[in-house]
Structure formats: C-alpha cells, structure tokens
Design a protein. Sequence first.
Length: 322
Amino acid sequence: MSVLNQLFNRGLLGAKCKTCLTLAISRIKLLQNKRDVHLKLMRKEIAEFLQAGQEAIARIRVEHVIREQNTWEVYEILELFCEFVLARVPILESQRECPTELREAVASIIFSAPRCSDLPDLLHVRNLFAAKYGKEFISAASELRPDTSVNRTIIEKLSVSAPPADVKLKVLKEIALEYNINWDSTKTETEFSKKPEDLLNGPKQLGEQPHAHSMRESREASSIVDHSAASLNGKKVDRYMQSPTSLRSNSSVAPRIIGSSTREQNVEPITEIKSTSIQSSDVLQRARAAIAAAERASAAARAAAELVNVRFTSFKLDEQKT
C-alpha cells in the first residue's frame, strides 16, 4: 500500500477497528451470560449422576464442563484485550509497527479469531491487522512462532487435547462439594489411574508377542532348511547328469548312489516341523534336529559326489591305457 493510501485510509481503518472491537466486546458479554446458565445446568446434571451412582457418565460429561469453562475463561481474557486495544486505537494508527505494549493483545486476538467461531467480529479485526501489519505478522501469530507474544493461558485453554485426569477429578470433587453430595471418589480415582494399555489388555498382548515371535522364527528356520535340502539334492542330480558315461559304464557305482539316495530320503520328515499347534520349545528342538539332518544329508551328498568323481577318473585312466 502506498503512502497516499495509508494517509487516506488511516481514519477509515481506525473507525472500522473501533466498530468491530465494540461489537466483539458486546458479543463476548452476551455469550458469557449464556455460558454461565449452560454451565450451571451441566454441573447440576453431573451432580445428579454422581448422586445416582452413575460415575461412568459423570466422568464423560465432566469433559464438556471443562471445555465450556476453558472457553469462558478465554472469552474473559479476550474481552480485556479488546478493551485495551480499543483504548489504544489512536496509537495503532500513528505507528507503522505494532507497539510493544499492544503486541500481546494484538497477537492473542489474531490467534483466537479463527478458533472462536462464536465471535465473527474478531475475524474482521484480524483482517484489519493483516491489512496494516502484513500477512507475515498474521502467520507468525497464528502459527505460534517464537516471539509472537500470544497469551499462554489462551493457548492452553484453546488446545484440542483431552483434559488431564487430575483436572477432571478436581472438577468432579468441586461439583460434589457444591451440591453437598457425599461422594466416594475411590472408584473414579482408580479408573483415572489406569493406563490405556490396561484398558485394552495391552500387557497380555505384549506377553503373547515372544511366543508368536519364536513361532515365526521356527517357521523361517524350517523353510531355510527345506530350501537348503532341495538345493543340495538339485546339485547332486546335476552332477550325476554331467557324467552319464561313467554311470552307464560302471554298474558298481549305481547301487551305492541308490543306497545313498535312500538314506537321504530320511530328510523328508523335515517338513513336519511346520506344525503350528506344537509349543515353541518343541519347534525349536525339531528345527535344530532338522538342521543336523540336513548337514548329514549334505555330507552324504558330498561323499557320493566324490565317489562318482573317483570312479569317473579311474574309468578314464583305464580307457587311456587300453
């Protein structure tokens, strides 16, 4: 905005700001009166629930009471800030930057405007501040950047997080004392002290995880054993296929190979390890036995391969001599 626009719009900006702030103050007072009546009704209902022994419903309803009380406190602070800014509008008009003594009030109004839907006048004030100080100033206050001076109580009361258990218990005790109810808070304190994992059977599920983890490890071990045994058998067959002449010419080698293959058939019970109904300790023991059997099978395969190579070499030497 140019200097001429600032000069011509200075009085108009101040007038708009005064009008919006005045309307916001009046609306805040009206809403506070309505919230006072609504809060009294809600607290009375909670007192009736406590007297009837329906503590579970009271523990839920008290969160609404706390939220309404927080909103009421925010409105009270905003009313003071609006009164303060309204009295200092001439200072805002005369200075280009936001004065230091007004920075907290202006930043708090900017932060609260989009979060208080019942106060549309604050949005108009926020737009006026954006026209004067720029969008960067508005973004810094809305995003709670460092050195924005937003009131800490407003930030805490407008947060969307659930109220702590100690705050809910305190409000319930205040309501019981207000309506002279002889309420034993032991059960409610026990419920509030429980962790979310206890309510969802978390420790039990965590206790079952090691068993499931061991079962998964045993299945992975059995699959590795099966894969290694299959690869050994495949390599053995490939070696036999590479020397067909020696197998046909030397008939004495065949019975030994057949005997070794019959011994290797004992490896087939390895697949029985994949049973999910047995305990984890039995699975691990069978996995170890399967690994040992696979090692014996691989040793037998290597011995058979060496025997074939020896026979094939001797057969070649005999052919060369003849």
